[in-house]
Ligand binder design. Structure first.
Ligand code: CAA
Ligand code: NAI
Length: 701
């Protein structure tokens, strides 16, 4: 028997314990160990019932995701679950932590299930581009009904133990020692003469509505809500099979659909996205045992768009925060904005009034730096102006206690220059939040030349506490995300000048999977921001870098995006939904004329290549310069901060999947046709020549 699964006989019970840290994933040794343990229980005449439980912080959290895409190893998970279900002695799974995916399927194979009240159960496979492939789509509808099973399997969202109890997925809640609770439950079963109860043999719970209608409605919903996604429709088909076929045939159909998902590029991309997010937490030069500074109280300087959002991030994580503004009037406005944001959530029903009051009690407005003497971290979010940043950092340096982390939310200034304004540059780090800061998951943690390992480790830990995806980046104009998005935005303006309409550009990229079209996104953040960068570039860029002129025309016409009701689109009466801007056509004609371009038809495929390959080529430069530690960090940034479709894995993974030689061929062609911006990145050339991928590359190779 394998060490990851322990078998112990206690009186007339077999206790089987999985011990495979950190999350008890069902790797091959665990599957084999479980199979052996259930066989041993079956064969041991002294055993009347089996209790299955897990050591550590959680029940089995799923299949071992690292094994996906590799040659299958026996025993397979379906084989294991079928064997567990077939056992002739009653079995009880005792759940705690998270029972997810294959973990829940193993539990569904057991004849009874009890769970500690803090457990969450779910079938999240769809988020990895899969469907539950070990009987989950056949057994869950039999226990919980078709509607609930469809909801859980298609959304992938876990549910609380109490709800699982209500839906018949769990028999009873328990507390205290898991082995004791499981043993007591098993003894009660035996005393009551209750034997095996196989969920696979149960009839589908009757429902009020017509099952076929339910399934069709779900299909229609999936087509509308997740167009282009491979797995969700197959999840529906697998549940449908449970309603039409006997168990053995349903399981066969489930397996076929599972294999289709497993082979899909979307599955590979989504698994990449899963590991990319976790990999981002590993920072070179910052070993896992680096001490982390304790953060009990925070401060934010500047209560504008970003400052208020950042303050709410702290408060939402239960951390008290002091918000500093220039004067009482500015502070009142900032605090009012915070109240308004929460009030909107209360109105929507996503927050209770009591929770709002509790959170606001953690937010204190101040106007005097002396109030910041004891805070553990400060995030500066004042105007993007080095003079103003200087005033702030000099004061912070004077008042903050030794060991306080001094962070800047600057989006374009030199973090090393900011650090040099203080006598403690090792304590200075960039915390680049994305707007709206209390909503967006991405946090770029900017590593200055002198930022200490301890401060970086503390910033990463803080990011996790704020429920952000924190990714370390180096210092350069725009860091990783904005430096790349500049190339993307510039290219969409060129496309407009060459002949596309705003709707065509945005539709092509939305169809590719971007959450928002690039031009609607520009309208949202305000075209004046791009204009300021453009002006700076006109002064500094070498002449071979041609720049579009459309933005100048829009800004000159007062069309700054949503804030003025007009930009690439029209936003009548405060609406946030883009509508065609009838004045744009004339500006496009004028811009094309000024650039000496004859307008032409552009295909959606061309629009996508120009936009996405611009991101990839810049990403390759960023990678080679060491501004990002690894390609998957760039992917995480784009997936969590820029609405890049997760089913494509991020721009660098997408390039890897296309093949870097293909990407390079198009970049070279664009270089010929459109000039200096398209100079191929040396790393792209090198890896394409070697037949390699960005995600397999490491610095120095
Ligand atoms: N397989 C392999 N490794 C896994 C894993 C899995 N299923 N789940 C988590 N891990 C690893 C993570 O990569 C991470 O490793 P490192 O420390 O080396 O980075 C470590 O476990 C801890 O994970 P988290 O940082 O995510 O820890 P957390 O406490 O924040 O969250 C969790 C724990 C809720 C279980 C979360 O990890 C999670 O959601 N895991 C995935 C669950 C899942 O999707 N299961 C279904 C898999 S598919 C399946 O089971 C069905 C099938 O038939 C194929
Ligand atoms: P903003 O103009 O909305 O707010 C700035 C606030 O700082 C104002 O309320 C102002 O009163 C206050 N302020 C100015 N000087 C101050 C001082 N000396 N002490 C205290 N408060 C002072 O600006 P926004 O958009 O919030 O940007 C702030 C910072 O965040 C900038 O560095 C910007 O580059 C960066 N950033 C902005 C993003 C955005 O989407 N707006 C995204 C990411 C970063």
């Amino acid at each position: 028997m394998q060490a990851t699964v322990q078998f112990e006989r206690r009186a007339n019970l077999a206790l089987i314990t999985v011990n495979n840290p950190p999350v008890n994933a069902l790797s091959q040794p665990v599957r084999q160990g479980l199979l052996d343990a259930f066989r041993a229980a079956e064969e041991d005449a002294r055993v009347d019932a089996v209790v299955l439980l897990c050591a550590g912080s959680t029940f089995i959290a799923g299949a071992d995701i690292k094994e996906f895409g590799k040659p299958p190893q026996e025993p397979s998970l379906p084989e294991l679950v079928n064997a567990i279900e077939a056992c002739s002695k009653p079995s009880v799974a005792v759940l705690h932590g998270t029972a997810l995916g294959g973990g829940l399927e193993v539990a569904l194979g057991c004849h009874y299930r009890i769970a500690r009240s803090d457990t969450r159960v779910g079938l999240p496979e769809v988020k990895l581009g899969l469907l539950p492939g070990a009987g989950g789509t056949q057994r869950l509808p039999r226990l919980a009904g078709v509607a609930k099973a469809l909801e859980m399997i298609v959304s992938g969202a876990p549910i609380a133990a109490a709800d699982a109890c209500e839906y018949g997925i769990i028999d009873e809640l328990c507390d205290g020692d898991l082995a004791a609770a499981g043993s007591a439950f098993a003894q009660r079963l035996l005393a009551a003469g209750r034997g095996v109860r196989r969920s696979g043999e149960q009839r589908i719970a009757s429902v009020d509505v017509d099952v076929a209608l339910l399934i069709e409605a779900k299909r229609a919903e999936v087509r509308k809500r997740s167009p282009g996604l491979f797995a969700p429709l197959r999840c529906v088909s697998a549940v449908e099979a449970a309603t039409l076929l006997p168990l053995a045939e349903g399981l066969k159909r489930e397996r076929e659909l599972f294999q289709e998902c497993l082979a899909s590029p979307q599955r590979a991309a989504l698994v990449h996205a899963f590991f990319a997010e976790r990999q981002a937490g590993k920072v070179s030069g910052v070993p896992a045992d680096t001490p982390v500074r304790e953060i009990k109280c925070a401060a934010v300087i500047g209560g504008g768009t970003m400052g208020v959002g950042i303050a709410l991030c702290f408060v939402n994580a239960g951390l008290p925060v002091k918000l500093l503004e220039v004067d009482a009037a500015a502070l009142d406005r900032a605090l009012q904005r915070a109240r308004d944001i929460y009030a909107a959530s209360v109105k929507r029903g996503s927050l209770t009034q009591a929770a709002m009051d509790q959170r606001l009690a953690l937010l204190e407005g101040v106007t005097d730096y002396a109030a910041l003497a004891d805070v553990d971290v400060v995030v500066e979010a004042v105007f993007e102006d080095m003079g103003v940043k200087r005033q702030v950092f000099e004061q912070l340096d004077a008042v903050c206690k030794a060991g306080a982390i001094l962070a800047s939310n600057t989006s374009s200034l030199d973090l090393n220059a900011i650090a040099a304004l203080t006598r403690r540059p090792a304590d200075v780090v960039g915390l680049h939040f994305f707007s709206p800061a209390n909503v967006m998951r991405l946090l770029e943690v900017v590593r200055g030349e002198q930022t200490s390992a301890e401060v970086l480790a503390s910033a990463m830990a803080l990011g996790k506490r704020l429920k952000k995806v924190a990714v370390v980046v180096g210092v350069c104009d725009g860091f990783v995300g904005n430096r790349m998005v500049f190339q993307y935005g510039r290219e969409s303006e060129f496309l407009l000048e060459e002949g596309a309409t705003a709707q065509q550009v945005d539709a092509a990229l939305r169809d590719f999977g971007m959450a928002m079209g690039p031009l609607a996104m520009r309208d949202l953040s305000g075209l004046d921001i791009g204009m300021a960068i453009r002006k700076r570039q006109r002064e500094t860029l070498p002449s071979e870098y041609r720049l579009p002129c459309l933005l100048d025309k829009l800004c000159a016409a007062g069309m700054l995006g949503q804030k003025t009701g007009k930009g690439f689109y029209l936003y009548p009466a405060g609406s946030r939904t883009p509508q065609p801007n009838p004045e744009l056509a004339a500006l496009l004609e004028a811009a094309s004329q000024q650039q000496g371009i004859e307008r032409r038809e552009l295909s959606a495929a061309h629009i996508v290549e120009r936009s996405i390959f611009a991101l990839i080529n810049e990403g390759a430069k960023i990678l080679e310069e060491g501004i990002a530690q690894r390609a998957s960090d760039i992917d995480s940034i784009y997936l969590n901060g820029y609405g890049f479709p997760a089913f494509r894995g991020g721009p660098m993974f997408y390039a890897d999947q296309l093949g870097l030689d293909q990407v390079l061929a198009r970049v070279r062609e664009f270089h010929q046709r459109f000039g200096a911006w398209w100079q191929p990145a040396p790393l792209l050339e090198k890896l394409a020549a070697e037949g390699r991928t960005f995600n397999s590359w490491e610095p120095g190779q």
